[in-house]
Ligand binder design. Structure first.
Ligand SMILES: N[C@@H](CCC(=O)N[C@@H](CS)C(=O)NCC(=O)O)C(=O)O
Length: 217
């Protein structure tokens, strides 16, 4: 695949998916030109054979690079760093192996744990109406775990987890904003880290996006 082949990010119409967010930010940070195609989850377009058979999983995001299709957001992020390497394209994962492993750990954990928090503070409460019900004991426990881990890994002396910005900063910040935007108390140092990360231009481009009215999906 020539690296100059066109890139298309398949996202969803409400611009609320944390996984599409991660790939969108990675593409922007790598300064790659790309098109966006919106799949309507409300119309269940992710299950249309034309999309599903290429994306394999029938989920968003998928990235098409020419005729090569890839889904799973963290696989896409790693592909982008492999195929569009530094210094021509800024890295989105740390260069140093232990830091890179830690970044992947944070990303895998965010994608696989904290289910109650993801369910009770869905991303629609970040970009549409705020949550109206308190967290259940399971949701509160997940929030406490997120805060404990963030307190352990957010450094005192740097605005980023690994010296320079990486996509793990964006993913952790997105997860923390499920709490922050819904007025859940977050310790000052972690809140300050997340609020500063939220101002990053690639992140703000996503946040400030004009969104269509929310439909059930
Ligand atoms: N592990 C996947 C998760 C992707 C995912 O769950 N995407 C959701 C949108 S946030 C989706 O496509 N849902 C539609 C469905 O499951 O039918 C990734 O990291 O890309």
């Amino acid at each position: 695949m020539p690296t100059s082949a066109p890139l298309t990010l398949y996202g969803e119409s409400f611009w609320a998916s944390p996984y599409v967010f991660s790939v969108f930010v990675a593409l922007r940070e790598k300064q790659l030109p790309f098109a966006v195609a919106e799949i309507s989850l409300a119309k269940r377009e992710q299950h249309d054979a034309a999309y599903r058979d290429r994306a394999l999983t029938g989920k968003v995001p998928a990235l098409a690079h020419g005729d090569f299709w890839l889904s799973e957001s963290s696989a896409i992020v790693e592909y982008l760093d492999d195929v569009f390497p530094a210094p021509a394209h800024p890295r989105v994962l740390p260069a140093e192996p232990m830091a890179r492993a830690r970044a992947r750990q944070v990303m895998a954990w965010i994608r696989s744990d904290l289910l109650a928090l993801r369910e009770e503070r869905p991303t629609t409460t970040m970009f549409y109406e705020r949550a109206t019900t308190p967290l259940s004991p399971a949701g509160a426990a997940a929030a406490a775990t997120l805060i404990r881990v963030a307190e352990a890994i957010v450094p005192d002396t740097s605005p980023h987890l690994f010296g320079a910005w990486t996509i793990a900063d964006a993913d952790l910040t997105f997860m923390l904003h499920r709490l922050i935007l819904n007025d859940h108390p977050v310790p000052a140092r972690v809140a300050e880290y997340a609020r500063a990360q939220w101002q990053r231009p690639s992140v703000q481009e996503w946040v400030a996006r004009k969104r269509v009215a929310l439909e059930p999906y």
